[in-house]
Ligand binder design. Structure first.
Ligand SMILES: Cc1cc2nc3c(=O)[nH]c(=O)nc-3n(C[C@H](O)[C@H](O)[C@H](O)COP(=O)(O)OP(=O)(O)OC[C@H]3O[C@@H](n4cnc5c(N)ncnc54)[C@H](O)[C@@H]3O)c2cc1C
Ligand code: SF4
Length: 326
């Protein structure tokens, strides 16, 4: 690991000022992803300063505020999974937090760190210690090693800027399906706009020195039910091969509104708007759900080595939507 300065910030202003003054500073929340990135020196530029935001009290809360649920950036995944308020207002988010990693990681890992984590493409995360950095397209190089190499867990919906890595966050599809908003030290960003596969950047649209402060989730009304499902190789601790979050609002026995978002299938969490549109105005049935799942996968463009993911995606949509109507 390359050495860096480590500073504990007492306020967001202080953290922002330290980051602004640094050449290439990084934010430390729980550190469960960041420390691996630093240890393996996966980035083209070494980090010079790590700023901990862990002691900033204003970042730790779960509360109702008007018609939204507000979750502080430093709230741990364990606290979100256990919160009666989250379970009641946004069941799929509590389920997604509960499905993330292991109890130890959920006790330390935060919601902000979860949505800001780096992708898990093994070429991207190749350790400097093993043989130097792999300068793939995402890092500004000329070649994507995954397309011609081992891409079994990569995108089934094509590339963004020639990168086929997938966003690994479990809470991200739930936040997109819930139409959440992410408040930073500079602006409010819709969860749909928050993630990026732009080359040379991390997994988000955050600018240098921009810190996530709070996540705002619209409260779901009566007749709304949501669910999150995840398929991973190991049950106890593993990233999703595919995940799905869905929310359905029923009125008079018919679907008034629906959102579906898949994780692990594309560079960004992928909203399935056409599939959700199939449900709207209809009475839910097994046939309708099957039809929605088929529509969702119509545009899939799997790579040679990950066609199996299309079948899993279809099955997980069926499973998630079925859970919404139980
Ligand atoms: C073995 C293992 C298994 C895992 N399994 C899963 C899994 O199944 N599902 C899953 O979703 N994730 C998984 N993770 C990834 C990750 O550790 C967790 O998602 C965790 O929530 C990250 O949170 P953190 O607070 O530790 O983030 P950190 O490591 O502190 O930060 C992660 C990134 O976010 C940035 N960041 C942190 N806080 C902020 C902020 N407030 N504003 C802006 N940027 C910020 C950091 O600079 C860093 O780049 C796993 C990790 C490990 C090591
Ligand atoms: S999939 Fe993206 S991150 Fe992975 S090697 Fe290709 S360009 Fe790099």
């Amino acid at each position: 690991m390359k050495t860096f300065d480590y500073i504990k910030a007492n306020s967001l202003d202080e953290a922002g000022a330290i980051l602004a003054a640094s050449a290439n500073g990084a934010i430390h929340s729980g550190g469960t992803d960041l420390m691996g990135c630093l240890r393996d020196r996966i980035w083209m530029e070494d980090v010079d300063v790590v700023v901990s935001v862990a002691s900033i009290e204003e970042l730790k809360h779960i509360r109702k505020d008007g018609d939204a649920l507000k979750i502080g950036a430093m709230t741990t995944l364990a606290d979100i999974a256990a919160s009666a308020l989250v379970k009641e207002s946004c069941r799929m988010l509590a389920q997604a937090a509960q499905a993330t990693a292991s109890p130890q990681l959920r006790n330390v890992g935060t919601i902000a760190g979860n949505i800001c984590q780096e992708n898990r493409c093994w070429y991207y995360r190749y350790s400097y210690r093993i043989g130097g950095i792999i300068e793939c397209i995402r890092k500004g190089g000329k070649k994507c090693l995954a397309v011609g190499g081992d891409h079994r867990y990569h995108s089934i919906f094509g590339a963004v800027n020639r990168c086929v890595a997938v966003n690994p966050s479990d809470t991200a599809p739930a936040l997109v399906a819930a139409d959440a908003t992410i408040a930073t030290t500079k602006r409010n960003i819709s969860a749909r706009e928050f993630f990026t596969g732009e080359n040379g950047k991390s997994s988000t649209v955050l600018e240098k020195g921009e810190i996530v402060k709070e996540i705002s989730v619209p409260l779901s009304g009566d007749g709304v039910r949501s669910a999150f499902k995840k398929v991973a190789l190991r049950k106890s601790i593993d990233f999703a091969i595919i995940s799905c979050a869905a929310q359905i609002a029923l009125s008079g026995g018919r679907v008034e509104n629906a959102t579906i978002c898949l994780g692990g299938v594309h560079v960004n969490p992928r909203p399935m708007d056409e599939a959700a549109g199939v449900l709207k105005g209809e009475a839910l049935s097994d046939e309708l759900i099957e039809c929605a799942a088929n529509v969702a996968l119509e545009g899939a463009k799997p790579l040679k080595g990950n066609r199996y993911k299309v079948q899993i995606a279809k099955a997980i949509i069926l499973d998630t939507l079925s859970d919404c109507i139980l």
